[in-house]
Every structure is written in C-alpha cells, then in structure tokens.
Design a protein around this ligand. Structure first.
Ligand SMILES: Nc1ncnc2c1ncn2[C@@H]1O[C@H](COP(=O)(O)OP(=O)(O)OP(=O)(O)O)[C@@H](O)[C@H]1O
Ligand SMILES: [Mg+2]
Length: 230
C-alpha cells in the first residue's frame, strides 16, 4: 500500500469562528474507497476542502501525494439553467488536462466519451442537462469529475435526492473505478446504508474523527448518522 493523503493534528476554524474541526488524524492509502459520514455541520465538506487545498488548516498538517483531483461539490446540480448538453458539461471537466485555452483534441474527446459511458449516459450525451432527471444530472456531474482522469475523486453528497437503487449503482460504479483505474475515492454521504456494502472503511466526522473502521464494526446506534455522539 502507498500513502495517498495524511492529515496530522488538523484543526480548522473559518475566519473569526470557533473551530469546526479539531485535531483530526486521517490517513488514506492509494486505491482506498472511503465513505465519510456524520451529522449536518460536522465538518465533512470542510474536511474535503482541506484535502483539496481549498482551505488551509489553522493548525496541523495536510499532506496529499496525488496530483489530479476530481471534485463534485455539494449540491452542484443546482443552477444548471445554462443550455449545456451532457457532453459540453463533461468537456468542462476535461479542461485541466488540455492545453491552456486550446480546443479539445481527439484524446480529450475520447476521454469525455469514456467518462459519459462509465456513468451510463451515452444515450443522453447530446441532450441538454435541463431535460434530464435529477439522478441523471448527478451522473453527468460525476462524469465531469471523471473526465480529467483524476487520481483522487472527492464527491460531496452526490446522491442527494437520488433513489436507493441509483445510490447503489453509483457505489458499484465507484468500486469499478477504484478497481480498474486505481482511483482513491472520498465519498461524503448521509445515506451510507447504500454504500456500506461497497466500502471497506467509513469515517465519521463530528468535529473530530469519532469512528474510523469497517462498516461492520459500526455501533448500531451510529447507523443513523444524525445520532452520532462524540
Ligand atoms: N464558509 C463558511 N464560513 C463560516 N462557517 C462555515 C462556512 N462553511 C461552513 N461553516 C461552518 O462550519 C461547520 C462545518 O460545516 P461543513 O459544511 O463542513 O459541515 P458538513 O459536515 O459538510 O455539513 P452538511 O452535512 O450539512 O453538509 C458548520 O458549523 C458550518 O456552519
Ligand atoms: Mg457538507
């Protein structure tokens, strides 16, 4: 196993606020698929943002040994009134891998096509996003995150408003990406009932890491993350 990322004694507070993360310790190996859960306001999104370098810790150290990130921010599906097609949206996700301001080349178009295919949206590739169902739109955003061929995929509640079947299908897709491409995956979700059969590891965040282990080792009361007590 080789290390993908490590947080050492990480604490974080937004400007002039009280700490929202305290003394977080976390190590993730390459190729791990880690579910991150916890109550609203527990610090899950903040943790992802620290890992992605979008925030700096107030104290402690964040070390990430992967270079290409795919990030699906929380509630990314809102505000898609723009008349974009699936293929165009996914093409935007390819931009970090293309030459600056250059058009998408053959290899880029192929990567976009493959990302769309992986999420099962090939039949809808040239439809406008606004004409797709909520779950299909979510998959389009996941394809966008995949298009840059990330080493680290960070998904923040990608299944909000998506039925249990689609949640399980997404978890299965992520397992496949991990197995085939060796991707390291951080998956924030409230509904971990849908993912617990697919992941080896769940990390519960409530200001601190209050649980880190196999889903089967999770105390029963914690299966409802809103009842997590530190
Ligand atoms: N930009 C911000 N400025 C100030 N405080 C913030 C900001 N973003 C989040 N917070 C606060 O930090 C804490 C952790 O928020 P965070 O978004 O990381 O939680 P979360 O676990 O992702 O919650 P949820 O399940 O609701 O998405 C909360 O108390 C929140 O109010
Ligand atoms: Mg959040």
């Amino acid at each position: 196993m080789s290390l993908a990322l490590r947080l050492e004694h990480v604490s974080f507070a937004y400007a002039h606020g009280t700490p929202v993360l305290r003394d977080v310790e976390l190590e993730v190996q390459r190729g791990e698929f880690v579910a991150i859960a916890g109550p609203n306001g527990g610090g899950k999104t903040t943790l992802l943002r620290l890992v992605l370098g979008l925030e700096r810790p107030t104290s402690g150290r964040v070390e990430v040994l992967l270079h290409r990130y795919g990030y699906l921010p929380q509630r990314a599906q809102t505000g898609i009134d723009a008349p974009l097609t699936v293929r165009e949206l996914v093409g935007v996700g390819r931009v970090p891998r293309t030459r600056l301001f250059g058009p998408l080349g053959h290899g880029d178009r192929e990567a976009v096509r493959e990302a769309i295919d992986r999420v099962g949206l090939t039949p809808q590739a040239d439809r406008r996003l606004s004409t797709l169902s909520g779950g299909q739109q979510q998959r389009a955003f996941i394809a966008k995150a995949l298009a840059g061929e990330p080493e680290l995929l960070a998904l923040d509640e990608p299944t909000t408003g998506v039925d249990i079947e689609a949640q399980e299908a997404l978890a299965a897709l992520l397992v496949r990406l991990r197995d085939e491409l060796g991707m390291t995956i951080l998956y924030v979700s409230h509904e971990f009932g849908a993912v617990e059969h697919f992941v080896q590891r769940i990390v519960l965040i409530r200001e601190r890491v209050v649980f880190d282990g196999a889903p089967s080792a999770l105390p029963g009361v914690w299966h409802d993350p809103s009842h997590v007590h530190a």
